[in-house]
Design a protein around this ligand. Structure first.
Ligand code: NAD
Ligand code: NA
Length: 396
């Protein structure tokens, strides 16, 4: 079929298999242009099909020659309906890995469930014996709790008082003012349950107990801090509470991994256009200002540049892992650069529909958004018939 983007609000209902392959290939190409890494060799990535998780998997495999197992929750295609982009990404990743002789298998299902954890453990036992690195990169609006059976929904809300600020509809470029009502106590607790550290801990518990973590194994989960303009809705809002919990969980896991001399890390990453971040109000306006400034300064990075820098300069296998005073790895350092942030604060005040055309990178935003779904790649002929019924080789 001929596949075009079909936008509905902040999601795209279609995805392009050939464009998704181009996305994966471009990331692989980037890593192959960098110095090879002597990093982890048997890597489990939870949330491996898009965003930071996919880039982590690509860095491990093509940078360090790692065998990888990827866990994700994606939809295969059905006749007349495309797969979700992560499905196509995973298919392309596995095929590219096979061509390089790299082990890569994937598990598609709910990572929050006991069953998917068990399936992953069985696969590790069968094929790899143990893993030496576990990347935890889930972003989900819901979690079915495996012990209580309760379905929790996260919220993106401020805490304490109504938040009113600017935002942009990145499709139209229209800047408007939005108000978000404060969270209830339930909203806060639900968001912590979905995006906090409990599931990460459950994974590490299960992996440790099953004996599939190698001596000195590490695990890393991703967090975000961001600027003052987004603080009320992000870091001091419901999602920030979940990130506080996730960050605190790193210490608990490190304690728990003492028996194998393992360690849990948090990496604070840069704000990037992903399916998850596009849904958060105010963030798209911030990102459009940030991109323009970082691009002109030459410090702009995408997911793959961030993850390569994480594994090459931060989460190093031998030697000191550099962290902030709270023990977190910081690869948001270039985003948080004082000069960049001062400039954003100034431009924020001036931003409206007309002025943003000049100092916001809306085109970069839109292009990155299209790229998430496999659209907007010059190498792909979008007028040609595409085969949407692509399989992920390792998934039966
Ligand atoms: P993403 O939406 O691109 O990726 C989410 C991944 O989780 C996908 O592989 C998806 O299949 C998987 N997933 C979701 N629900 C699942 C489930 N129930 N079972 C199995 N897999 C499931 O998101 P992202 O932006 O790469 O976010 C990953 C992490 O990075 C999150 O913790 C996020 O908060 C953090 N982070 C994101 C940004 C940003 O700007 N995007 C910045 C800093 C940190
Ligand atoms: Na991810």
């Amino acid at each position: 079929m001929i596949i075009a983007p079909r936008m509905r609000g902040f999601i795209c209902l279609t995805a392009h298999p050939d464009g998704s392959r181009q996305n994966v290939k471009n990331q692989i190409h980037y890593v192959q242009q960098q110095p090879a890494l002597d990093s982890y060799k048997k890597v489990l990535v939870i949330g491996a099909s898009t965003g930071f998780g996919l880039a982590s998997r690509i860095t491990a495999a093509f940078g360090s020659g790692a065998a990888t197992i990827g866990v994700f929750f994606e939809k295969p295609a059905s006749p007349g309906k495309t797969a979700s982009p992560g499905w196509y990404n995973a298919a392309a990743f596995e095929e590219e890995a096979a061509q390089k002789g790299l082990y890569a298998k994937s598990i598609n299902g709910d990572a929050f469930s006991d069953a998917i954890k068990q399936q992953t453990i069985d696969l590790i036992k069968q094929d790899l014996g143990q893993v030496d690195c576990v990347v935890y990169s889930l972003a989900s609006p819901v979690r079915l709790h495996p012990k209580t059976g309760v379905l929790h929904r996260s919220a993106l809300k401020p805490i304490g008082k109504t938040f009113t600020n600017k935002t942009v509809d990145f499709h139209t470029g229209v800047v408007s003012t939005i108000s978000i009502e404060p969270a209830t106590e339930d909203d806060i607790q639900n968001t912590i349950t979905v995006m906090g550290g409990e599931d990460w801990q459950m994974w590490m518990d299960a992996l440790l107990e099953a004996g599939v973590l190698a001596e000195n194994a590490v695990t890393v989960a991703y967090s975000y801090i961001g600027p003052e303009v987004t603080e009320a809705v992000y870091r001091k809002g419901t999602i920030g509470r979940a990130k506080d919990h996730l960050e605190a969980t790193a210490d608990v896991i490190t304690e728990q991994l003492k028996s194998i001399n393992g360690k849990a890390y948090i990496s604070v990453n840069k704000a990037l256009v992903t399916q998850a971040s596009s849904a958060i109000p105010v963030i798209p306006l911030y990102i459009s200002l940030l991109y323009k400034l970082m691009k002109s300064k030459g410090t702009h990075e995408g997911c793959i540049e961030q993850m390569y820098r994480l594994f090459s300069e931060r989460l190093v296998k031998s030697g000191e892992v550099p962290t902030d005073t709270e023990g977190r790895i910081r690869i948001d350092d270039w985003e948080m650069d004082a000069e960049i942030q001062a400039e954003i604060a100034k431009l924020w005040e001036q931003s409206d529909t007309e002025s943003l055309v000049g100092f916001g990178d809306l085109e970069g935003y839109r292009n990155d958004f299209l790229n998430l779904f496999g659209f907007g790649y010059k190498e792909v002929d979008y007028d040609a018939e595409a085969n949407e019924l692509v399989d992920v080789p390792s998934i039966k």
